[in-house]
Design a protein around this ligand. Structure first.
Ligand code: ATP
Ligand code: ATP
Ligand code: MG
Ligand code: MG
Lengths: 227, 227
């Protein structure tokens, strides 16, 4: 499903160069559940943004279902982002002037779902993350963990075939975090591909395979042996 | 040092009422190291904002060193916020167009430190959180955990007598998180008062006392017995 070859992302700042990703070779199959760990600043979010077609590499190739992503035009990329990929950002990226419900409806607007269906599906998604009583709150009227859950509901509402979650439980207590991971598990059971960046070892073990990044390179790629 | 009596914060939304804090009674002594835990949405950040003089209660009293905070004027409140309290926000609240160094210098500008001293102290604070090689980056050129560490450095640079940290390790890997908690420990050893909101039980045990919030009320207040 996902093939990365020599994927590199370099930021040039004046005379300095930051190699955020430094030659990533990685294959992820359909329906795999992969977790990614690594120190702060090691390139995890950069890698997720490239996989999610939100950014382009400085060098190297990214094939999605055999297609070279760099060959796709803007419309094709937008279609992939809106219909196939659900992205939970490390910093949530909610629309500040929209309510929880409106924020979660947004991907369904792109998918051309009717207004009545949109409202119902968005309300269901928010109920699944235990925010049924916060539908009309705007982000600044929500706690940190509630905003994170709105971002999660927004990513799940389209039932994406690829879920990319960048530190989805960072602002959640253990119990609420477990409820979210159970939702991911359900999605995986339905055959979807899940990639989770996490600093929490307890979350990392929920995947079938854990990849470690240090300084923009993969240093470890371990498949959990399952009973 | 800190006395809260019947502290209440109610948000009115149309015909609904959200009781974010519902009658908090709490005493915190000088040089105490307190951790606060509780489910997402239970009122932890609201409590921190009130203690940090960033918000005012709907009801109840807050005495800081015996003084009723509600009786203080804007200048006195600003003086408390800028010189006595260091605040690490759950959502960092960095100036987006300033560099790491400039963001950390900001509290020192209020404290009327000379430009040369400011730069040096800000650089030292950033070095302590392992960001010496990121002084010139702006927030959008930093990883999530790097932004969190800039927010931490900014709160520590004034050597505050009261440190309020709202989920300071949420975006950090275990090793980096331990380094940050070691900095807090040093500050505490110097006699400062530390209050940390955290979802991480490992961080909560570093305090001398753990308070639990549920639905805006304190349900538990446990002093760790120390060897
Ligand atoms: N626009 C940019 N310009 C320069 N450097 C950048 C830019 N964006 C990111 N970086 C750098 O690239 C590196 C990787 O960033 P990335 O956000 O991928 O890290 P991360 O692994 O997600 O970290 P964290 O766990 O803290 O979220 C960091 O060292 C960061 O400072
Ligand atoms: N401006 C507001 N209007 C209405 N409700 C609000 C507002 N701000 C916060 N709330 C509500 O107050 C409650 C407490 O919020 P708070 O941010 O203190 O929670 P928290 O314990 O810090 O949660 P988290 O662990 O998710 O950060 C939440 O249920 C939130 O929805
Ligand atoms: Mg990141
Ligand atoms: Mg909070």
């Amino acid at each position: 499903l996902i093939e990365l070859r020599g994927l590199t992302k370099v930021y040039v700042m004046g005379s300095e160069e930051v190699r955020a990703l430094d030659g990533i070779d990685l294959d992820i199959d359909r329906a795999e559940y992969v977790t990614i760990m690594g120190p702060s600043g090691s390139g995890k979010s950069t890698l997720m943004n490239l996989i999610g077609c939100l950014d382009t590499p400085t060098d190297g190739d990214y094939r999605l279902e055999g297609e070279l992503v760099s060959n796709l035009d803007d419309d094709e990329l937008a279609a992939i982002r809106n219909r196939r990929i659900g992205f939970i950002f490390q910093t949530f990226n909610l629309l500040p002037r929209a309510t929880s419900l409106e924020n979660v409806e947004l991907p369904l607007i792109y998918a051309r779902v009717t207004p009545a269906d949109r409202k119902e599906r968005a309300a269901q998604a928010l109920t699944k993350v235990d925010l049924a009583n916060r539908l009309d709150h705007r982000p600044n009227e929500l706690s940190g963990g509630q905003r994170q859950r709105v971002a999660i509901a927004r990513a799940l509402v389209t039932e994406p075939s690829i879920l990319l979650a960048d530190e989805p439980t960072g602002n959640l207590d253990t119990k609420t975090g477990n409820e979210i991971m159970a939702l991911f598990q359900q999605l995986h059971a339905d055959g979807q591909t899940i990639i989770v960046v996490t600093h929490d070892p307890a979350v990392a073990t929920l995947g079938e395979r854990t990849i470690r990044l240090i300084d923009g390179r993969i240093t470890e790629d371990v498949r959990q042996t399952q009973a």
